[in-house]
Design a protein around this ligand. Structure first.
Ligand code: ME8
Length: 519
């Protein structure tokens, strides 16, 4: 069985998960479910990034020890992901013992090789970015443009990673692997950064005086391994490096690192360079997605618009959130979340377009065909379109064009509604045109079957509910384990359908959301 290893960025635990974090994790889940369904051995990993001064400070503010604070926060992330129906295989915490040991091993390996060396760093450091910043990148008030606060001046003895040694190899990698960094615009950004003379060796440790909450440099107690080498390594340590060589050999290299556009440099330059230095294969693809804004504004604690994914799911259900975040907004662009639009779009597509189609078709099958799939095999252009939907969806899924995949699926549902309205099967049965009536119902059932299969990665619960109402007793997501024929074959004549009421209930604005929806 072919493997597929997909990862997400690991989130800082200094604050609770927000809709932007959820966006990325759901994307990875969609990919994981899609490839599992297509028969791949998927390893889907997500997790949290727990070290660093930001987290240490948040713990202090909360009156807790960093470890105690991180334990609570890691649970909050896990709860959110469970609510959103994420099917990750492993949740990594950078405070996990195996991870800490592995990071130290990697550090010593690079030190021994001479790719990590000791130097003195003087510069400006932004705690928000957990990165050194350049004077010329600051805004007019001397603040970090991302975090709107001044960076700190730092002079420290640190260990550095010899990034400059690997610049040419990274360029060659990008030139010879056109899909290694995507989308195209983000790759160009990386190519420009590679020729910037200011892209220098970077610091991989901090003095214990300025950072205590981190992995100690082995044998050098005054130095702590600095966040990025610790964080990036999660992708290999979580897959078994070096403690489980068999698992590591099975899943590495990662097939897809999903990350946000703000951390592209770390993933498309620092990370491959670290791997090259350690003689480990580089990932197959880094994909930098866009950012979610809320009502057109950047997510910000001070604006109070940091939507909590848990309350969103509690009020509207996981499928609605999963669907909305990926319908409409191309994954490589920024997209906006507005409650009003969310409710409108979800009701229009999931309740009206798809839900009604299912209800109307199944009602006629119940009333006129004894609740059994009619025994026929009609030819119709709509059926041919339905037969091809997986090809269209596959093309979009491989390119991570989620919005286009959804558009194709819902266009099919739209067409089926139109066909149903035009053919009026209820009238056909009344006019004793049973054969014609059955053929219309069969065609619609087949469309619904295809929709359920293709929709599954996006809205697993809804897809399963449709699947079960169509009469199947298993889970739509396990279809990939079966013969391909089952996937591509038609709905089974003679199968008893199981109509149990609306598959998707229209959403109503929750009272607590009324104020923000009015914005
Ligand atoms: O950067 N919309 O953690 P993080 C979409 N720990 N994605 C968003 C977003 C938004 N509004 N805001 C953040 C870190 N993200 C590091 C990563 S990986 C080895 C270490 C994305 O909690 C962001 O781009 O700040 C990143 O991919 C992820 O959420 C975690 O962000």
């Amino acid at each position: 069985m072919e493997k597929f290893y997909v990862t997400t960025a690991i989130d800082y635990v200094n604050a609770t998960p927000h809709i932007g974090h959820a966006y990325e994790k759901i994307a990875a889940d969609i990919v994981a479910r899609y490839y599992r369904m297509r028969g791949k051995d998927v390893f889907f990993m997500t997790g949290v990034d727990e070290h660093g001064s930001k987290v240490e400070k948040s713990a202090q503010d909360a009156g807790k020890s960093p470890k105690e604070f991180c334990d609570e926060m890691a649970d909050k992330f896990k709860t959110a992901w469970e609510k959103l129906n994420l099917s990750y295989d492993h949740f990594i915490r950078t405070t996990d013992d195996y991870h800490e040991k592995a990071v130290q091993t990697l550090f010593l390996k690079l030190l021994e090789k001479g790719d990590i060396y000791k130097g003195t760093y003087t510069g400006l450091y932004c705690e928000g970015c957990e990165d050194f910043v350049r004077e010329r990148d600051l805004d007019d008030s001397g603040n970090c443009p991302n975090h709107k606060r001044p960076p700190k001046k730092l002079e420290e003895e640190n260990y550095f990673f010899r990034l400059t040694k690997y610049k040419d190899r990274i360029r060659t990698w990008l030139d010879t692997h056109p899909n290694a960094v995507r989308p195209e615009g983000r790759k160009k950004e990386i190519l420009n950064q590679l020729v910037d003379p200011e892209l220098a060796d970077f610091s991989v440790t901090r003095s214990r005086k300025s950072l205590t909450w981190g992995i100690p440099v082995p044998g050098k107690e005054d130095q702590v391994i600095y966040v990025w080498i610790d964080a990036l390594s999660n992708y290999i340590t979580g897959a078994g490096y070096p403690h489980d060589p068999e698992r590591f050999a099975r899943y590495w290299p990662a097939d897809l690192h999903l990350i946000g556009k703000d951390i592209n440099k770390f993933h498309s330059i620092f990370w491959p360079a670290l791997l090259m230095a350690a003689d480990i294969e580089v990932p197959r693809q880094v994909f930098a997605h866009g950012f979610i804004t809320v009502n057109g504004q950047k997510l910000s604690k001070s604006l109070g618009n940091v939507i909590d994914p848990i309350s969103l799911v509690n009020n509207y259900g996981a499928d609605a959130v999963r669907f909305y975040l990926f319908a409409g907004t191309p994954f490589d662009n920024d997209g906006d979340f507005s409650l009003k639009d969310f409710i409108e779009k979800v009701n229009a597509e999931l309740a009206n377009n798809l839900g009604n189609l299912l209800n109307r078709v199944l009602k006629l099958v119940t009333d006129h065909c004894g609740a059994v799939v009619p025994n026929c095999d009609p030819e119709h252009t709509l059926r041919s379109q339905a037969n091809e939907i997986h090809v269209v969806v596959q093309k979009h899924m491989e390119a991570l064009e989620f919005a286009k995949a959804l558009e194709a699926i819902f266009a099919l549902s739209d067409q089926a509604n139109k066909y149903f309205n035009d053919e009026k099967p209820w009238a056909l049965f009344k006019q004793e045109k049973r054969k014609e009536g059955e053929e219309v119902l069969f065609t619609c059932l087949e469309v619904l079957r295809r929709i359920a299969m293709n929709l599954y990665p996006f809205t697993p619960q809804l897809a399963n509910d449709i699947w079960h109402q169509l009469g199947y007793t298993d889970d739509v997501g396990v279809i990939g384990d079966k013969k391909d024929d089952d996937f591509f074959d038609m709905i089974r004549p003679g199968m008893k359908i199981n109509q149990t009421g609306p598959v998707f209930k229209r959403l109503e604005l929750a009272a607590e959301d009324a104020v923000s929806a009015a914005v």
